[in-house]
Design a protein around this ligand. Structure first.
Ligand code: DLL
Length: 455
């Protein structure tokens, strides 16, 4: 009798959680392709209309090519439309691409711009609800269930990772531990004490957690952790294997970007762990040849371009993500019909992702320009140290400005501080002798990326 009662008691919280949980909608996730296409066309027409009527940048671009929203008769017609690129966001900073008045926004986030100013994105209440639903759907796809404890070590704040995963986990009926990044020893204590089944963070931070735990003699494989929802930076199959072995979790890839929404644009399924299902009822994915801008043949690799289908505040037309990948329409073991975005192998611009922080070399340059005693020559050196990426900025002091090692160290320290506060990334700064940084005959080599390549 006692036993039966105990069992019922332990099931009650799970049942309660299920009652407030995000309702898995198999109809949406296993829709036949023709139905997805019909839904996409309907939604695309209303999204393009929203952009045309409410965003001068999109209206001007469409008018310039003699295009009116009514001309959009088939999905293929989208290929005639303009691309949107990061520079368009900068040119319309901060609110120029918004299709709703600022007073209708309930949230702003921001990501790195290519220079001093960040890229600002905005959400209406409905956008936040859609994002939470898609993030909950992504977590469910990864194997998270109502009643689970989700230890969320993505950064909270302007970065979309923390709050995006947070709202999705709550929406799905899980219990969120809103850790944010850093304080690794404390993360390890709380993962164990709160009984986390799910760890959400960047893959490199997952490995850093594993490393610190091992050093402290804690075996996280014996904790309740079973699933990792890892993303926000490129990672390899080798890294997946290592995380799975060292943390004892199933490591699932999670993708997204601020300009489109945040995390939850696509997620791998726990069944196959073989490519990320891109939620095609909310986004339209294209793969183009980055040089010609033309679509590549089905299944070939290229740059991914995304158009939003349901965003109110920031409808995006053909956003060039710069992410290199390919789409697969092969049947997936899990039964979901949404195309899979295969592992993202890199970017076709110079953006670096250092411990989850997006960094453009031009941002570092903007931070260096005009600093006293600093010459206009620099190089960014990226290395893998243990499990984490490490950035060193090599600079030169102006001739005679820092003749002693002591003075050079002082210049380095002040530049390090300045880069941290303006770009948001922690870097070592090495002050070289005048003339030591290689001068170029053509394009300057600004980045030496010494990390192992992703295969
Ligand atoms: O990184 C959103 C995110 C948060 C995704 C948490 C997943 C988990 P941004 O800061 O705007 O947004 O950076 C977007 O990060 O264009 C890719 O280059 C890269 N990225 C994101 N997810 C992955 C992934 C968030 N799973 C940029 N694999 C994107 C490879 C990724 N790269």
């Amino acid at each position: 009798m006692g036993k039966v009662k105990a069992k019922n008691d332990s099931r009650r919280p799970a049942r309660k959680a299920a009652a407030r949980a995000y309702k898995f909608d198999p109809a949406a996730e296993t829709m036949p392709l023709e139905k997805i296409r019909a839904l996409q066309l309907r939604r695309l027409r209303s999204s393009v209309k929203n952009a045309y009527e409410n965003v001068p940048f999109h209206r001007k671009s469409m008018k310039a090519m003699g295009f009116e929203p009514g001309d959009l008769k088939r999905l293929e017609d989208l290929a005639a439309l303009h691309f949107t690129v990061k520079a368009d966001m900068a040119a319309n900073y901060p609110f120029g691409l918004l299709a709703r008045p600022r007073t209708e926004l309930v949230r702003l986030h921001a990501s790195s711009g290519t220079t001093g100013k960040p890229t600002v994105v905005g959400y209406t209440a409905k956008d936040i609800a859609t994002w939470s639903d898609l993030m909950a759907r992504s977590l469910a796809c990864a194997g998270v269930r109502p009643g689970d404890v989700v230890h969320n070590a993505y950064g909270y704040g302007l970065f979309t990772g923390g709050l995006g995963v947070h709202y999705g986990a709550e929406r799905m009926g899980a219990t969120v531990v809103p850790m944010s990044g850093g304080g690794t020893e404390r993360q390890i204590v709380l993962i164990q004490d709160c009984g986390a089944r799910v760890l959400a963070c960047t893959p490199s931070y997952a490995l850093a957690i594993a490393e610190v735990a091992e050093r402290e003699g804690v075996d996280l494989r014996k904790s309740k952790l079973e699933i990792g929802a890892f993303g926000a930076e490129p990672w390899s199959e080798a890294m997946r294997r290592e995380i799975q072995v060292r943390l004892g979790v199933k490591a699932v890839d999670l993708y997204g970007l601020s300009e489109i929404m945040g995390p939850g644009v696509a997620c791998e399924c726990e069944e196959a762990q073989a490519g990320l299902h891109g939620w095609e009822d909310h986004f339209l994915f294209e793969i183009i040849d980055p040089d010609s801008g033309k679509p590549v043949a089905e299944g070939e690799a290229g740059e991914m371009v995304i158009t939003t289908l349901t965003k109110e505040a920031l409808p995006m037309i053909r956003y060039r993500t710069r992410d290199i990948t390919r789409l697969s329409r092969e049947r997936c073991d899990c039964g979901r019909t949404h195309a899979r975005i295969m592992r993202i192998t890199g970017r076709n611009d110079d953006m670096l992702i250092i411990r989850g922080v997006n960094v453009y070399p031009s941002q570092v340059e903007a931070a260096l320009v005009g600093l006293p005693n600093v010459a206009p020559h620099y190089q960014l050196v990226v290395q893998r140290q243990g499990t984490l990426d490490h950035l060193t900025v090599e600079i030169e002091a102006l001739p005679n400005a820092a003749p002693t090692a002591e003075l050079r160290a002082a210049v380095g320290e002040s530049v390090r501080h300045h880069i941290k506060s303006t770009v948001g990334v922690t870097a070592d700064v090495v002050v070289k002798e005048p003339g030591e940084i290689p001068r170029s005959m053509g394009k300057a080599v600004r980045v030496r990326d010494l990390r192992p390549k992703i295969l």
